[in-house]
Write a protein that binds this ligand. Structure first.
Ligand code: G3P
Ligand code: CA
Length: 229
């Protein structure tokens, strides 16, 4: 992607419609985002589903831990207005290489499972590798992904200010630092840029914050209301 500023729909268009659903991705695309962020995790039967929480209770009419639930049960749940939990494959089929997808790996084992699917879509479904960005707070999984595909763009998720600022991401050969708005500073942005890294900031839902971050020179913002970007 060669843009000055990347507008990222957080879990699609979470502020308007049930998050991490095909309907939410559709809304984000209609709004005109440059990228969509999704969360993936493994369920008990091994499928990679697009869902944020460890438990299904808050976001659906079901109950239990995703890692202890079968795919058949998970796919029967209503996550809002009749929407269902999509798989990673269903999400990729819907987005169909139209824009950048940021896949956030949630939990152990997600790097290999995601790699197998992403690599298949690059080889067999005409997806550009440049349209993928893999991120995680779990830097072990992120490192494991980079080992499987050294050319894949990775985003190091942080919700802190490391003592060496962006060094951790440079060492991992990352494309971006995906930093919580709570920890953004000009020093951090400048340090990341010096190391050749983009700075993408989550989750930003106020116009004042968006203007402030843009004036600080961030490279992209995740928003639940991506039309604000
Ligand atoms: O990828 C940015 C952001 O989504 C990370 O936090 O908890 O919303 O997945 P979370
Ligand atoms: Ca996320």
């Amino acid at each position: 992607m060669n843009k000055d500023f990347i507008k990222i729909g957080h879990r699609g268009a979470k502020g308007y419609i049930a998050e991490n659903t095909i309907e939410s991705f559709k809304r984000a695309i209609e709004i005109g985002v440059d990228a969509i962020e999704i969360d993936v995790q493994l369920c008990k039967t091994g499928e990679l589903i697009v869902f944020h929480d460890n438990r299904v209770d808050r976001l659906s009419n079901g109950s239990g831990m995703v890692c202890e639930l079968d795919f058949d049960y998970l796919s029967s749940l209503d996550v809002g207005n009749g929407s269902i939990i999509p798989t990673l494959e269903e999400t990729l089929d819907f987005i169909d290489n139209r824009l950048l997808i940021n896949i956030e790996l949630k939990g152990m084992g997600t790097s290999k499972a995601t790699y197998d699917i992403v690599d298949f879509y690059i080889r067999n479904r005409n997806w550009d590798k440049g349209n993928f960005l893999i991120s995680s707070f779990n830097h072990i999984e992120l490192k494991a992904y980079k080992k499987l595909d050294s050319e894949m763009k990775i985003g190091v998720l942080l919700s802190c200010i490391p003592t060496d600022y962006a060094l951790i991401a440079e060492k991992m050969g990352a494309y971006s630092i995906n930093l919580s708005i709570e920890f953004i500073s000009q020093e951090f942005i400048d340090d990341a840029h010096k190391r050749g890294l983009l700075v993408l900031v989550y989750t930003v839902n106020s116009t004042d914050d968006i203007l402030r971050l843009k004036s600080m020179g961030v490279d992209g913002i995740f928003s639940d209301f991506p039309d604000l970007l």
